[in-house]
Design a protein around this ligand. Structure first.
Ligand code: F6R
Length: 607
């Protein structure tokens, strides 16, 4: 992860670098730093923790200089303290890095043997010393950087400056994204175009293996062998608008409340509500011509894909393989020529999802992606993208991106059903009508906030919680557990309700809250039986169901959250809201940092 920035500007750059870093804080917030060159001298300010700590330092001790680099860190090698904060220095060079240098131990040993002394525990510092050694051996900065980059294995996005050169940033990309921004007599570099949006919308994206020399009057891009190459300049669609919390305490709360609107907006992109039809979206494959769909994603996006598996199999009779990106990429799965691959990612930058995509690309299958950031690497490397129109999601815990992913996937599954001849025009009309009701029911779910807040007060007292569900409620149970643990730090697990008796039931006692997600659907009676098993062992059941489910469940639940009766296809979308709210209010009672929970980052560009 980590976010990097570089500016070769016309005036003082440190305030601009901080401004850009604010837009990259979603990539990590363990520490931050800026280095500039002024009058041939390089200087830096670094601070542990969030960017605001760095800002305070810079206010007390400002940095002059018309060229500089900046970094916001998500720690990989070395604890998140100031010593390990970037930029890292060696003689005559300063560097910021996003990624992991896999051969750093070997390079470090080599440099130590050569007399280099390491100030930090980071993998990044080896790159600074490698470049410095090349400079000492007589190479010019660009050549020195190139020679060092050739020695690196692993994933990296780098920005490098040299005190001897007031008009040069060397950038390199292998894995994590890098955008070069073109200005008028000034140039910019950032981990994404959004970071650069206050300065320019003229962007050139570096490709994997590219490295570049950036000067005030332009950029020269090279391939790994040092041959000059051309990359197109595009106009970024990102907005420079800094999203704010409005009247909400946290971004997560705001984003939960935005859901009725953004779900509706997203669905309208894929469905013609008036005609009762799925729209004819351009696809890189015909659903009727494939016999398998392979889905890969991470975290919450993986759970959206896991819900979608039920939909594709039920409505389109299309078998689905699904795996987390970190496993898929190494599984060496034989891919049938008649299959297609689908990737799901809010950020569009997740390293494991991207690696899975590239594996599928190497196998020659058509590739589509559900993404929230249309300019992301995953979007750019796909044959077709299905955008989620959730808008920027700032809270680290995914909420509106998840329900918008579900909205897109539900629409796609119906479309697949139509193309494969398993959904008749009447059924299509009915399913489209059902989906069109999702925003209304999501609004109704939000009205349960008072009840959920009270319940969260009790939940904030526990150390462990279980979530259960069947069918599409099973991945939702896992999502509920994921949301709770990541923002409240309460240990939680999500299980298929029928799996309980195969082990986890041993955990049930009068202290264990068991949150059961059970809309009154085809699985309801089976889930009720599993609830009986919990009740018989004194477990504290929190039942999330609908009016009919509450009437039929003969369980003495500690609390029942009753949603309106909703059509089966939209239940996962609607039921996502109470589980998000439960995690949110619990975290608020626990007093955690809801929007930026510890150890996490919004965009996971390392494996
Ligand atoms: C959890 C969460 C993460 C992400 C995961 C994938 O709330 O947000 O689990 O879903 O890191 O990220 P994207 O969707 O950007 O690929």
């Amino acid at each position: 992860m980590c976010g990097i920035v570089g500016i070769v500007g016309r005036g003082p750059v440190a305030p601009l670098i901080v401004d850009a870093l604010k837009r990259l804080e979603y990539r990590g917030y363990d520490s931050a730093g800026v280095a500039t060159i002024d009058d041939g001298q390089m200087e830096r300010r670094r601070a542990e923790g969030k960017l605001v700590n760095l800002e305070k330092k810079l206010q007390a001790e400002p940095l002059a200089g018309r060229i500089g680099i900046g970094h916001t860190r998500w720690a990989t090698h070395g604890v998140p303290n100031e010593t390990n904060a970037h930029p890292h220095f060696s003689t005559d060079v300063a560097i910021v890095h996003n990624g992991i240098i896999e051969n750093f131990a070997e390079l470090r040993a080599e440099l130590i043997a050569d007399g280099y002394v390491f100030a930090s525990q980071t993998d990044t510092e080896v790159v600074a010393h490698l470049i410095s050694r090349e400079l000492k051996r007589g190479s010019e900065p660009v050549e020195a950087a190139h020679k060092a980059i050739r020695r690196l294995e692993g994933a990296f996005a780098l920005a490098i400056i040299f005190p001897s050169h007031d008009d040069l940033i060397v950038a390199a990309r292998n894995g994590p994204p890098l955008a070069v921004g073109h200005g008028d007599g000034e140039m910019f570099l950032g981990s994404d175009a959004v970071a650069l949006s206050p300065f320019t919308d003229a962007i050139t994206y570096l490709e994997d293996g590219d490295w570049a020399a950036i000067q005030r009057n332009g950029v020269t891009i090279y391939d790994i062998d040092g041959r000059e190459i051309e990359r197109p300049q595009t106009k970024a669609r990102s907005t420079s608008f800094m999203v704010d919390k409005g009247n909400h305490r946290h971004f997560m709360e705001k984003e939960i409340h935005e859901q009725p609107e953004v779900i509706g907006h997203t669905l309208a992109h894929y469905l013609d509500f008036v005609e009762g039809r799925t729209r004819d979206i351009p696809l890189p494959f015909d659903f009727s011509q494939i016999d398998r769909l392979s889905i890969s994603a991470c975290g919450t996006a993986f759970l959206a894909g896991s819900v979608a598996r039920y939909w594709f199999e039920r409505y389109a009779r299309l078998p689905v393989d699904i795996d987390v990106g970190s496993e898929f990429r190494y599984r060496e799965m034989p891919i049938s020529p008649n299959s297609a691959a689908l990737f799901i990612s809010q950020s569009g930058e997740t390293a494991d999802t991207l690696a899975s995509l590239r594996y599928c690309r190497s196998q020659g299958v058509p590739i589509a992606a559900v993404v929230n950031v249309p300019e992301s690497t995953i979007a750019r490397e796909s044959d077709a993208i299905f955008p989620t129109l959730a808008g920027p999601e700032i809270g680290v815990a995914s909420t509106k991106a998840f329900t918008c992913q579900l909205a897109v996937l539900a629409a796609l599954a119906v479309r697949a059903g139509v193309q494969r001849g398993h959904v008749s025009p009447e059924q299509e009309r009915e399913l489209v009508r059902f989906l069109s009701e999702a925003p209304r029911f999501a609004t109704a779910a939000l009205k349960l906030d008072d009840q959920i807040e009270k319940l969260a007060r009790e939940l904030s007292q526990v150390k462990h919680a279980l979530y259960l569900g069947r069918g599409t409620s099973f991945p939702l149970a896992m999502e509920g557990a994921l949301k709770l643990k990541e923002i409240s730090y309460i240990h939680a697990e999500g299980y298929a309700a029928g799996e309980l008796k195969h082990g986890p039931i041993a955990l049930i006692d009068e202290n264990m809250p068991v949150i059961v997600i059970a809309p009154h659907d085809r699985n309801f009676d089976k889930t009720v039986s599993n609830m009986q098993e919990v009740a018989a062992r004194g477990g504290r059941i929190i039942l999330i169901t609908d009016t009919e489910g509450a009437r039929r469940a003969t369980i003495n639940a500690m609390e029942t959250i009753i949603l309106p009766d909703v059509p089966e296809i939209i239940a996962p979308i609607v039921y996502a809201l109470p589980i998000q709210m439960l995690a949110y209010f619990t975290a608020v009672f626990m007093g955690t940092d809801v929007d930026q929970p510890r150890n996490l980052a919004k965009s996971v560009t390392v494996e």
